[in-house]
Design a protein around this ligand. Sequence first.
Ligand code: KIV
Length: 288
Amino acid sequence: MSTDKIAPGKGTGGTVSYGSDGHRGRITIPVLHRMKRDERRIVSVTAYDYTFARLLDESGVDLILVGDSLGMVVQGHDTTLPVTLDEMIYHARCVSRGVDRAMVVCDLPFGAFQGGPQQALQSAVRVLKESGAQAVKIEGGRIMAETIEHLVARDIPVVAHVGLTPQSVHAFGGFKVQGRGEAGDKVMEDARIAAESGACLLVLEGMPSELAARITESITIPTIGIGAGAGCDGQVLVLYDLLGLYGEVQPRFVKRYLDGAEGIRQALTDYATEVRSGVFPAPEHQFK
Ligand code: KIV
C-alpha cells in the first residue's frame, strides 16, 4: 500500500493511502469492477459527516456509504425507518465535501422508493443533484427489479442490497440472519435478479458465508458483504461499530478496531477535571 502527502489546504493535512490497487484517481464503477476481476478486495465504510469522510478518504477507503444506519447511530432511533430523504441528502452532501477519491453512495431511505419506479427516480435525481453522491442504494432484489431497470436506463447507478435488509425489520420480526437452509434460494434469486436488472454493485447483509460466496461467484458485479463472510468481493462496516462508538451489544460480524467510546469518555473526563481545577486553559491557550 503506497502513501503520499495530500495537497495542503483541504482536510487534515495527513497522509493519503491509495489502497491495495494503488489507484490514484477517483474510484468509479469501472474501477470497482476491475478490482473484482483482479480479485482485489474492495474496502467500504459508512460515513455521515465531513470530518469522518475526510479521514476515510485519506485512509484509502474505496467506497463510502452514506447509510440510513444514520437513523440509529446518529439520530438514536431503534430502526432505520424514520430517516427522511432530506436527511439523507443533507448527510451525503456533508460527506461528499470531504471526499476526493472514494466513490460515494447514498441510501434511498424507507418510503423514498417503495412507491414505484417513478418515485424512486425522483428521489434518486434529488440525491445525485443535491448531494454529490455518485450512486444510490436500494434495498430489495426481485421486488425492485423494475425500479432498478428504470433508474439504470436513465444513467443513475444503483447499488442493490439483499439478505438482511434493515428496512424490512418489521416484516422479518427483527434484525435476523436471512437465507438459511432453503431460504437461501430466495436470496440467491434476489441477487441474480438485482444484477440482471443492471445494479452496479450488490450489498450482501446478514446471511450464511457459504451463500454469499456462491452469490459472489455467480454474478459479474462486485459484492460488498456485511455479516456475510469472507467470500465477498469487499467488506463494509458501520463506522461507529468499527470505531467502538456505538452500542453495548456487539454483533458477531462486527470487529472493533478501536475502543473509541472509552477513549472519548476519558478525554471528556480529563477536560472536565481540568476546567474545574483551573488547569485549562493554560497560559499557552490564552491571548495576551
Ligand atoms: O445503512 C447502512 O449503513 C447500510 C450498510 C450497513 C450496508 O446499509
